[in-house]
Design a protein around this ligand. Structure first.
Ligand SMILES: Nc1ncnc2c1ncn2[C@@H]1O[C@H](COP(=O)(O)OP(=O)(O)OP(=O)(O)O)[C@@H](O)[C@H]1O
Ligand SMILES: [Mg+2]
Length: 430
């Protein structure tokens, strides 16, 4: 432990030896302005192509949502009965990543509906849970929901059913409509099964004051197909698909945001079009398009140039892919890295389906080389499912007639690169 006196003693020495430092009451050192390092001085003097960069960041809420009028209307239609204290139908929303699902749901429900309810004096509670980030177990989900309705829970000693009951009894304490938005619901279901959905729908029938509606959002298009039939019929009372954006639609989205994000004339002609075309080429992902534009701007600033050029979009694409894959690969546990390395060595590039059995055999050989105990085929199969969810591979189940079913996998292009190989070899010491 460092005592406060020591800190002040050391601060004194530091200030005497380095007079460019001063000390605030809080004890935090700050540099006196005139002694800023050259680098930062120059950085501050340099201009930037951005006027307001955060407009391009993923969590920024835009003030307009082009090309989603149909979906916005459909969500409004489904949730409107809540304003008359009638339970809205459960809604299941699906579409690929970056197609505006989260944005539209938050816009209509947390924004428009909540304001309309306030105005009308109707009690509507809305709870939003991102199952991937905040609750990837059943226990985690009910704890999160209970916390959001203001129920204090002891830190230990409660079972999942206890937490579930505690949440519902608190939620049922006022006459209201409760809308639970379960974003990235497929993550929770893949980890915890669909029992939580069954619990919610069954509990709903027992409540006296509150009526619950669920809005599930998923980018796994086949997600609803895997549900228990009872849960499936209840969750899919209404379904809504968000199609991918095309290049022209992405241009509109980007232009809308670019006008407040960038300084006048700091985007050369063709930049927005190229970002839109690149993002449309993959799967019409608005997040990707916005990232490309933002990173192209950041790279321009780093170079000290005054306008973003078309070529900067290529550099941005390279940087984003490199950063994403590098993070994915290097943060995987060692066993998963070995599985990926085996896939890489069998695949010889992307675009070819390979059998999971072959992967397992090679993986076992690498384990022996690395003096690691191999996981069971079952566990390796779980790792492959995880890779599938992360977009590192694409998996498909094929029937082999009377020999049962087997799974084939294909490495995604962004994982079939020399960079990934090098990162894995470095991480695994191979
Ligand atoms: N029509 C639009 N207008 C303006 N911005 C949009 C539009 N559609 C999407 N975006 C922006 O693109 C990004 C991704 O959108 P969003 O998070 O809603 O996608 P999603 O479908 O929920 O993706 P995921 O399945 O990966 O969660 C966000 O920054 C969002 O603001
Ligand atoms: Mg989302």
């Amino acid at each position: 432990m460092v005592c406060l006196e020591c800190i002040f003693y050391l601060s004194g020495i530091l200030i005497k030896r380095f007079p460019c430092f001063s000390i605030r009451n809080s004890g935090v050192f700050i540099l006196k302005e005139k002694n800023l390092p050259q680098f930062f001085e120059e950085y501050l003097k340099k201009g930037s192509v951005f006027k307001e960069k955060r407009v391009l960041q993923a969590n920024h809420f835009p003030n307009d949502i082009p090309h989603r009028a149909v979906q916005i209307h459909q969500v409004r239609v489904v949730v409107a009965p809540a304003l008359r204290l009638e339970r809205p139908s459960n809604l299941f929303i699906y579409g690929k990543t970056g197609t505006g699902k989260t944005l539209v749901v938050k816009w209509v429900i947390n924004g428009e509906l909540v304001s309309a309810a306030k105005k009308a004096g109707v009690s509507i509670q809305t709870l939003y849970v991102n199952c991937k980030l905040d609750a990837d177990t059943e226990y985690g989900l009910f704890t999160e929901l209970a916390t959001q309705v203001g129920k204090e829970l002891p830190l230990t000693g409660l079972s999942t059913d206890d937490v579930c009951s505690a949440f519902f009894s608190k939620a049922d304490s006022t006459k209201s409509i409760l809308i639970i938005i379960l974003d990235e619901i497929d993550y929770l279901m893949k980890k915890a099964g669909d029992d939580f959905l069954y619990k919610i729908t069954r509990k709903n029938e027992e409540l006296k004051n509150t009526q619950v509606a669920i809005i599930g959002i998923s980018n796994d298009l086949m997600f609803a197909e895997h549900l228990d039939p009872r849960v499936k019929s209840s969750l899919s009372e209404e379904k809504l698909l968000f199609p991918p954006y095309n290049a022209i639609e992405l241009q509109d989205i980007l232009n809308n945001r670019a006008s407040s994000a960038f300084k006048h004339s700091s985007l050369e002609p063709g930049v927005v079009e190229k970002c839109a075309a690149y993002a449309a080429r993959e799967h019409g992902d608005a997040r990707r398009a916005l990232d490309l534009l933002r990173v192209a701007g950041e790279l321009t600033d780093r170079k000290g140039a005054t306008s973003v050029a078309v070529a900067d979009v290529d550099s941005a694409e390279e940087k984003i892919d490199h950063d994403t894959v590098a993070e994915l690969v290097t943060t995987q546990p060692r066993q998963a890295q070995l599985v990926l390395y085996s896939i890489l060595n069998i695949s010889h590039g992307a675009g070819k389906f390979i059998f999971t059995g072959e992967v397992y055999e090679l993986y076992k050989k690498y384990c022996a080389k690395a003096s690691l105990r191999p996981l069971t085929q079952r566990r390796v199969s779980d790792i492959l499912s995880e890779f599938d969810m992360l977009g590192i591979i694409t998996a498909r189940v094929i029937s082999k007639g009377r020999y049962g079913r087997t799974r084939e996998i294909m490495l995604a292009p962004q994982a079939a690169t020399p960079v990934v190989r090098r990162l894995l070899e470095e991480a695994l010491n191979l």
